[in-house]
Design a protein around this ligand. Structure first.
Ligand SMILES: [Zn+2]
Length: 96
């Protein structure tokens, strides 16, 4: 294992990278002795980052749930995430 690459470098999408680094150092595999204070938040950030990067597919229900989550958060990166979720959701609704 090389020491020059951190796991966040797997993400090409800047918004995915931004969301990914919200996870604690334990869940990013950087510090295995760190105690995670919010496993649920880490799991959500990890899944959202993977979706933003295009690594996984998600359901309409998941888009709605995450839209509620990101729309309450300030900052340009969260607006980008919000826009991606809205576009995905409108895509699903147009297919019906
Ligand atoms: Zn964690």
């Amino acid at each position: 294992m090389g020491t020059s690459t951190s796991p966040s470098e797997q993400y090409d999408n800047p918004t995915a990278r931004y969301v990914y680094v919200r996870m604690c150092s334990y869940h990013r595999g950087l510090n295995l002795s760190h105690k995670c204070k919010n496993e649920q938040a880490c799991a959500r950030a990890g899944r959202l980052a993977a979706w933003l990067e295009g690594m996984i597919e998600e359901s309409e229900e998941w888009f709605v749930m995450n839209l509620n989550y990101v729309s309450n958060r300030p900052g340009e990166e969260w607006r980008n995430a919000e826009n991606s979720l809205r576009i995905a959701l409108s895509g699903i609704r147009e297919m019906v």
